[in-house]
Design a binder for this molecule. Structure first.
Ligand code: ATP
Ligand code: MG
Length: 467
């Protein structure tokens, strides 16, 4: 009802005040090739072919979303999305190499060689008619259903930011702009479509997207889009944890993790995602460590090098593990059991906020455990450490600890040299006087029955002095 009323008002040519993007169709601004820098050749072959083929079959098809935004900014898009008026079944029928994916949110993946383009049918924000709408939101206003086909205008208005709602037609080389996205892109502004508070309530992840996209693209978040965020940060608690993890990963791997984390903190969004971060960043060594880890990640990503998410999360949580580890040792536990207890405690609390998948959990634990093993520099132990699967990551982690001032840089230098040295030099480097005379005597008497073989604890054994 209200939507119809607004539609009528705007169809008389009135404009919403700047800052509030109307949630009612008003027809697109058509931006011709003279006013934008996208040429069909700049698109991926797969995206172009997908649009061409759909159009040849009589459908409308456009490149949409982040790809158009990035091309207009002169950047290489990460991936391509195509929006069309064809239903998923119709798209699937056109492309031999395609598959329909998703149950709630049905999309088609069109494959060209190793390349994939995601094709979605124009969708409306919610079901037509006022009465059914509420049933698709939870008690906090979060949208539970968003899979109703609609017009292109509706499809534009259900998107998050104006700069993400631009459609590029390769055949005509035109950009269709329903929400003033072109002007915002030129002004380097990230602006929510519609009422920001309502749109964050529908999907709180949009707050994280605002932070990530503004940091990554160098856009200023518009004041009205930014203002409600601190007050709504708590809504992230209602989002499935696996989705939060995925979004957090995108943020940390954006190549702008430092800027993103700083913005998350500024907006009060970090508390619900990484509960430990806030406490860490108040301490200078821990803050230096986290920021160094993020800065290295950014450098690697910008240099197109690989990054292990396990490493990154291990770094974010390290000082928490360290605190728990020290506390467990103070309670009398030996270093290795204490480390296991600390790791489990930290991962359990973190899992309540953000579901770090199990496969990363195992990597994180190995990197953490190796930190203790780096201290053990006598006997055969350093050789075994070199053979550990996660040695390289754990060594990089150790260097970060040195650089942040947590451990003596001499330990990092030792491991740098040990890796490069020949066997004779390695033998000479071993520390001979690490264990107490009592332990040396015990070792001479023979192997122990508690899993500590030749004085070298297996990862699950205990009994050695900690750092
Ligand atoms: P990038 O791929 O660089 O991370 P993107 O904007 O392309 O950024 P995608 O997740 O690929 O992000 O989404 C593609 C498009 O889908 C977006 O540009 C936007 O139009 C729409 N979209 C994505 N997430 C949301 C959301 N939470 N709410 C509304 N629209 C969204
Ligand atoms: Mg994208």
């Amino acid at each position: 009802m209200i939507r119809k009323l607004i539609a009528r008002v705007f169809s008389r040519g009135e404009r919403a005040p700047r800052g509030a993007v109307p949630l009612a169709p008003r027809g697109p601004e058509v931006i011709g090739p003279a006013r934008h820098n996208i040429t069909p050749e700049r698109l991926s072959t797969c995206a172009r072919r997908t649009c061409d083929t759909l159009q040849q079959h009589g459908y409308r098809a456009f490149v949409v979303g982040g790809a158009v935004r990035d091309l207009l900014l002169g950047r290489a898009p990460k991936d391509y999305d195509v929006a069309t008026d064809a239903t998923p079944e119709q798209v699937h029928a056109v492309f031999r190499r395609s598959r329909i994916i998703g149950r709630r949110f049905r999309l088609v993946h069109v494959l060209c060689g190793a390349d994939v383009v995601e094709v979605s049918t124009f969708r409306a924000p919610q079901a037509a008619g006022d009465d059914g709408a509420d049933q698709q939101k939870d008690a906090h206003g979060r949208l539970l259903r968003d899979n109703v086909f609609g017009s292109q205008e509706e499809d534009a208005l259900r998107r998050d930011f104006t700069v993400n709602a631009l459609y590029y037609d390769p055949a005509r080389s035109e950009v269709l702009d329903y929400c003033g996205g072109m002007r915002d892109l030129e002004g380097r502004v990230l602006r929510m479509i519609g009422d920001p508070t309502e749109r964050y309530r529908e999907d709180p992840v949009r707050m994280l997207r605002a932070v990530r996209l503004s940091a990554k693209l160098g856009l200023e978040i518009d004041a009205a889009t930014r203002a409600p965020i601190p007050g709504l940060a708590g809504l992230l608690a209602n989002v499935p944890r696996s989705r939060l993890f995925e979004e957090m990963l995108k943020l940390l791997l954006s190549g702008h993790a430092v800027a993103c984390i700083e913005r998350l903190r500024r907006e009060g969004l970090d508390r619900d995602l990484l509960p430990f971060l806030e406490a860490h960043l108040a301490q200078s060594v821990a803050a230096r460590f986290v920021m160094l880890a993020l800065a290295r990640t950014d450098e690697r990503i910008r240099a197109d090098k690989s990054i292990s998410p396990g490493f990154l999360f291990a770094a974010l949580l390290w000082h928490e593990v360290l605190g728990e580890w020290r506390a467990a040792q103070a309670r009398g536990l030996a270093p290795v059991p204490a480390m296991h207890e600390a790791m489990d405690a930290v991962l359990t609390v973190q899992a309540e906020k953000l579901a770090v998948p199990r496969r990363y959990g195992a990597d994180m634990k190995e990197v953490w455990l190796l930190q203790w093993r780096f201290e053990q520099r006598s006997g055969r132990r350093p050789w075994r450490v070199l053979e550990a699967e996660k040695f390289r990551a754990a060594y990089d982690f150790l260097l970060l600890r040195c650089d942040s001032g947590e451990v003596d840089p001499a330990l990092g230098h030792w491991w740098t040299e040990f890796q490069e040295a020949d066997d004779t030099r390695r033998e000479a480097m071993l520390l001979r006087d690490e264990t107490s005379p009592k332990k040396r005597r015990r070792r001479r008497r023979g192997p122990r029955a508690d899993g500590v073989e030749d004085g070298v604890p297996t990862p699950d054994a205990g009994g050695e002095p900690g750092p």
